[in-house]
Design a protein around this ligand. Structure first.
Ligand SMILES: Nc1ncnc2c1ncn2[C@@H]1O[C@H](COP(=O)(O)OP(=O)(O)OP(=O)(O)O)[C@@H](O)[C@H]1O
Length: 262
């Protein structure tokens, strides 16, 4: 399913948090949303998973405006893993993942054998099958993050919206989760802070700065030393990864940046 944003503006507290954002996430592509802290990544994603309503513009699924879809239709199309989504209730891991099946049933319907199979497969995919009976409050931050990804996969959406999906994950799990999401074949729109991971995994990236899109294209086109200096205020060298050929960034030490300001 194609996801596109057309001129999306989101206002709050009397100002535009994001303004006139237009981007496409074509079916099956992994699209990264990059930008410094406070640049509007989460706000943009919230407009996509319908927690915030754009003041102008539209979010389109296969060309249909998101707000013309019924809530259940939206929930079947889009699964989101938001930043710091946490629960105060001590549900088991299996119960949290089973919540991903709700858009496919009524709230009071019992889970079918097929649902249980889908949930078990999602937990296996994130490497947490052994923790199905554990209370989520007893999990580490990284384990909890993987449970939320399993819940999103169990939802069997067409589009995955991920806000910092590798937050809390160690390096092996960062690579595994992103590879798993890529293999899923779903349309993915993900806010990512790690620019090297973004360069390794994204088909296209879009960079926000001060609530506006300032660059869009392939990681190689976008992640240039000039953009990294202008938008992130860092000096970086871009080198090809020796195995994949994808761009990788080597950052200068802070001292040498201070020297350059002297
Ligand atoms: N409800 C709100 N009311 C007022 N300001 C808000 C609200 N939500 C977000 N903001 C502001 O909007 C800007 C963009 O926030 P957002 O969370 O989208 O940025 P981000 O790029 O995801 O940042 P980070 O990388 O730090 O997670 C920030 O300056 C933030 O303080």
């Amino acid at each position: 399913m194609d996801l596109s944003l057309h001129g999306v503006t989101v206002n709050a507290a009397g100002r535009a948090l994001v303004e006139d954002v237009t981007l496409d996430a074509p079916a099956g592509r992994f699209v990264g949303l990059l930008g410094p802290n406070g640049s509007g990544k989460s706000t943009t994603l919230r407009a996509v998973y319908h927690v915030l309503k754009p003041a102008a513009g539209a979010v389109l699924l296969d060309g249909r405006p998101l707000d013309t879809l019924a809530p259940r239709e939206r929930a079947r199309a889009i699964a989101a893993v938001a930043q710091e989504s946490h629960t105060e209730f001590d549900f088991t891991v299996a119960e949290v993942v089973a919540m991903g099946r709700l858009p496919h049933h009524g709230l009071l319907d019992r889970a079918t054998a097929a649902d249980l199979g889908i949930c078990a497969a999602a937990l296996r995919q994130v490497g947490l099958a052994d923790l199905a009976g554990r209370g989520v409050l007893t999990l580490s931050g990284g384990e909890r993050q993987r449970v939320l990804i399993a819940r999103a996969l169990a939802q069997q959406p067409k589009i995955l919206v991920l806000d910092e999906p590798t937050n809390h994950l160690d390096i092996r799990h960062q690579l595994e989760v992103l590879a798993l999401v890529r293999r899923s074949g779903l349309t993915v729109l993900a806010a990512l802070h790690d620019l090297n991971l973004a360069a390794a995994v994204c088909d296209t990236v879009h960079v926000l700065d001060g609530g506006r899109l300032v660059a869009s294209g392939t990681p190689a086109d976008v992640l240039t030393p000039e953009l990294l200096a202008d938008v992130f205020g860092v000096r970086a060298h871009v080198v090809p990864h020796p195995a994949s050929g994808r761009p990788q960034l080597l950052f200068d030490r802070l001292e040498s940046q201070e020297d350059s300001h002297a």
